[in-house]
Design a protein around this ligand. Sequence first.
Ligand SMILES: *Cc1c(COP(=O)(O)O)cnc(C)c1O
Length: 474
Amino acid sequence: MTDEFSLEESAGTRSAFNRVVLDFANGFLESLEDQKAYSNRKSSLAEADDWLGIDDSPTSLEQILDDFREHVVDRGLNPASGGHMGYIPGGGIYSAALGDYLAAVTNRYAGVFYASPGAVAMEEALIRWAGNLVGYDGGFGGNLTSGGSMANLIALATARTQKGIHAGNVRQSVIYCTPQTHHSIHKAIAFLGLQECLLREIGVDEKFRLSVPALRARMAGDVQKGLSPFMVVANAGSTDTGAIDPLHQIHELCEAYSAWFHIDAAYGGFFMLTKLGKDRLSGLGYADSVILDPHKGLFLPYGSGIVLVKKLKHLLDANRYNANYMQDALNADRHSPADLSPELSKHFRGMRMWLPLKLYGVGVFSEYLNEKLQLARYLYGQLQKLGFNVLCEPELSVVVFRYEVGPGGHDTLNKAILEALLKDGRVFISSTILQGRYTLRAAILSFRTHKKEVDVLLELLQQITSELTGDGHR
Ligand SMILES: *Cc1c(COP(=O)(O)O)cnc(C)c1O
């Protein structure tokens, strides 16, 4: 077998490969300024399918990367672009990629303490840091997940175990949420067999925050009917609008009714690193469980979520199992990540988060997050000057707005605005439905989004609205 086709490359081949990959990565990063945030280029999908197919024959790394660029990188959404302001962006910092590289090269087994005490200790250090950040002070547990959806699933499974929900009482158990609740919560409810719980969607105020009087009345009414409040799911930065529910008051109600208090802080949580965020998110630490997404607020590449549970024991009760072939891994005083999540083998995902935090320190993340908060305020003001109806002052860094100039319903008009934006492609934003109407939303959270990118969005919006409405606003 020649070296070229061997799975154990020589040092020479490795450095040749490294050069090719690094050239590609550098080329990609250095041309980001000129890349679109969104490309709806209609190249032949059949061609891509053909290229993606696996067969017996080897291909050169150069050819592979050429095709990768053509069929993968240059199509669709570009989450690495600072122009990405759709959904919830993050960007993907380079140092996290280096962490991933080292995690994969060393291939440490981060599932059980016995296999890699160091990798598990690293994960624990990150959980400790994140727990302290949300305001927990000891006795808590957590797990690094693939993202917010898995984190919500683990949190809700823990709530189910802890509150003893089973076939006999599921129909009397009530879950409270709002129309702003992320759909991954509803997926988790379905996965966990909790659809038979009563699900109460509590109304929201003008800033899309849970109405406490409505929740209070509903919980009292339910108890009167002989039902049992099981869990309240609150948002600490909803995906749609960035709404932060009144965490203190919800906590009091959860205490009064012995309900599990879950907070979804996937988007908002890391704003705890800022002064404004700390003020607005105070109360996160009341949660029985809370989730965060480092691939949003810490700008990591996709594939990083965190679930935190106030009492480690609750997380263990819901996740720990034993098997004969695992007996060597049993450890009396150290828990393994595999005891705290459905996953056994998993990517050593601590490294991609730990390396950047260690390399740069936490302060620089705070600075970037502060900049995003300021940019959102800037966008809020400028959009109003352009004649947009901005639905509410941004709580964090999501701005929701509609163009309502001219007669009739404005759904078609706003859809046309989004279409024109995507056609240009320099900036990507997305849409939602609020108050029953089509609404545009810009989420500023990529570490690469600065004033320049926001100004491109504003210029485009001004241009597009004046083209669509004749002379536009001015
Ligand atoms: C993004 C998000 C989720 C889902 O997280 P994924 O990482 O995409 O699985 C859940 N809740 C909120 C509020 C989010 O913003």
